[in-house]
Design a protein around this ligand. Structure first.
Ligand code: PDD
Length: 285
């Protein structure tokens, strides 16, 4: 897990160096992606790269790396890091300036960094093998551009830490109107009477690629109804099941919220069916 990519070169992580004047370091001025890969097969590579391009466009960073070149970097990192179950992290910052200035500098090359890290084996549709999640809740105090996958993650980090400090594995967030947004590093779903309900995409949440794939697969399968609509904190507390999704977790069942059980406190049957559909179809994306 040692070879990384930095600005066109592969090297041991211990030898990778960037300038302390890098705007990623000074301002969190950058965009990132995390793509899961199992035995050399990536899940959602194309939509992940499309989302990264949208983020770079949103912050006006011009980068001369196309999707084919990104794929080459991904394949090389998978190979050089032994394959298996890997998360591939891609990071583009605006680059290193000679002074600290809030305005976007012109004509500095972006800093491009990528590395691979171990992730757990792909989840399978088996309640006994699943990792049940306990979560906290908190009012979402992040900024109003959460649809951009920015490397400036302090808001997310602080919200994650709230849950962690309470002995939980995530923090589900709601806005001032008591409507769910997402979690600190996952999208969120409630299940009521067999229907999967998830908040619609807007500037308050990241358009998750796992969410995109899950909703596409559920629609293609047709056996589980899905609604994209506003979900309230009350609905969260009264749900039969609650799930989180992210690239490395896939569909994570939540069994406890702020110390109270979700439904009967066990992993639910809709999760089982949805994870089976996801496992069977995820490599189509
Ligand atoms: N987190 N919402 C937020 C705030 C996230 O940070 C993430 C992903 C998601 C889920 O997106 P996806 O399904 O594309 O992974 C939703 C990544 C994995 C991370 O920061 O490590």
């Amino acid at each position: 897990m040692d070879t990384v990519y930095l600005n066109g070169n592969y090297m041991p992580m211990s030898e990778a160096r960037i300038s302390p004047m890098d705007r990623g370091f000074l301002f969190g001025d950058g965009i990132y992606e995390v793509v899961p890969s199992y035995d050399g097969r990536m899940v959602g590579f194309v939509p992940h790269m499309e989302r990264m391009q949208q983020g770079l466009d949103a912050i006006e960073v011009k980068l001369n790396i196309d999707q084919a070149e990104w794929r080459g970097i991904a394949d090389e990192l998978i190979q050089r890091n032994g394959g298996g179950n890997l998360g591939l992290y891609f990071h583009v910052s605006r680059g290193a300036d000679v002074r600290r200035n809030h305005a976007y500098p012109e004509d500095i090359p972006p800093t491009v960094y990528a590395f691979a890290f171990q992730i757990p084996p792909a989840p399978i549709a088996d309640k006994a093998a699943a990792t049940p999640f306990k979560v906290s809740t908190a009012e979402d105090l992040r900024w109003r551009r959460c649809n951009i996958k920015s490397t400036a993650l302090l808001g997310n980090v602080m919200h994650y830490q709230q849950g962690h400090a309470a002995g939980n594995g995530e923090t589900i967030l709601y806005n001032a109107a008591g409507e769910l947004t997402e979690a600190s590093a996952c999208n969120v779903y409630v299940i009521k009477n067999g229907t999967v309900i998830t908040p619609p995409l807007d500037h308050q949440k990241l358009p998750g690629i796992t969410r995109l794939i899950l909703l596409a697969l559920l629609s293609r399968d047709g056996s589980i109804p899905v609604e994209e609509r506003t979900v309230t904190l009350d609905e969260l507390r009264n749900a039969d099941e609650v799930w989180l999704t992210s690239s490395s977790k896939e569909i994570a069942p939540v069994v406890s919220i702020d110390g109270e059980p979700v439904g009967d406190g066990n992993i639910g049957d809709v999760w089982l069916a949805a994870q089976a559909i996801y496992s069977a179809g995820k490599f189509d994306f």
